[in-house]
Design a protein around this ligand. Structure first.
Ligand code: ZN
Length: 312
């Protein structure tokens, strides 16, 4: 995916997560709340689980490099894998089950998408993502057979939500962010209740819609990858206005471990190159501090919720 790489470059050039923070402070601040040393007291329950790591086709040593980072910071990642690399990543996941959860990257508009999904399933993939750059809105009838299959498998689906970068300014492209708005996830989650539906980027900039969809649907979560935490870094407390509710009984929506904080509807996602994952970890902390997110909820966001869903 050349486009994938150009997006990385684009995000970095735009002042993405990794470049904004000196590396020393990243390791220091990240280790205070999320143990980074696998030889320390860090246990499986302290593991960071990242829903959003793209397989990098341009790095021939990607698996080796990824596993090194994952072991160093006690991280498990859903590795979003192009079809052409499906066997390689399936094998890597068998070798490194504590680091790699294989997810299939598909194009929802591909004519052979259903057979690709079945092939991923045979290789014991656990979900699909990142679904993006669609030609029609996510709820278009032509995409429903994919969701139906994924629902049968009890999979996790990661959807891009919100604004999307422009890959070319001089070539025509059939791309529109409105097809990927966060509120579409509501219909998918309700039609297919065995799915876990995760929206990347929390609907940027429609955070309020994203949060409300998550509030009423126990099988919907969002990550805060992308430019949001950078853009909002000086007004993080505004997230309290989006994730405003508390308690389960009043709003009748089940949450992992019956967590009463609205922020439980977030999970960790980095959407970063290997050199940027720790930077995104350290960007979640100021959000937690600004919004008074309880310590237990922080642990759920950083790993335990996804560990439970994926039965890690
Ligand atoms: Zn995305």
């Amino acid at each position: 995916m050349g486009s994938r790489m150009s997006r990385r470059g684009f995000l970095r050039a735009a002042g993405g997560a990794a470049t904004a923070i000196p590396l020393g402070s990243i390791a220091e601040s990240a280790s205070q709340e999320f143990p980074l040393d696998e030889h320390s007291a860090a246990s499986a329950s302290d593991r960071i689980v990242d829903i959003h790591v793209h397989f990098d086709e341009k790095n021939p040593n990607f698996i080796r490099d990824f596993v090194a980072v994952a072991k160093r910071i006690n991280l498990t990642a859903c590795l979003l894998t192009p079809y052409s690399h499906r066997v390689q990543v399936a094998e890597a996941a068998k070798q490194h089950p504590k680091q790699i959860v294989p997810f299939g990257f598909i194009d929802l508009d591909a004519t052979d998408v259903l057979s690709q999904v079945k092939d991923f399933h045979e290789l014991r993939y656990r979900g699909l993502g990142e679904l993006e750059f669609v030609k029609k809105p996510y709820v278009d009838a032509s995409y429903l057979p994919v969701y139906e299959l994924a629902n049968q498998y009890g999979w996790v689906l990661l959807f891009h939500t919100g604004i999307v970068l422009r890959r070319s300014v001089d070539q025509p492209e059939n791309v529109a962010s409105h097809r990927m708005r966060a509120f579409h996830l509501e219909e998918i989650a309700r039609r297919f209740p065995k799915l876990t539906v995760i929206g990347a980027h929390c609907g940027n900039p429609e955070y309020e819609w994203a949060a409300e969809v998550a509030r009423w649907n126990p099988n919907v979560f969002f990550d805060l990858s992308g430019s949001t935490l950078t853009k909002m870094s000086r007004r993080l407390e505004e997230f309290k206005n989006f994730f405003w509710w508390s308690g389960q009984g009043e709003w009748k929506t089940a949450t992992p471990a019956n967590d009463p904080s609205a922020f439980i509807k977030l999970v960790f996602g980095s959407d970063s190159g290997l050199d940027g994952i720790e930077g995104v970890v350290s960007q979640y902390r100021p959000l937690f501090n600004s919004c008074d997110v309880p310590g237990n909820t922080q642990q759920m966001i950083m790993g335990r919720t996804l560990a439970g869903i994926l039965r890690l």
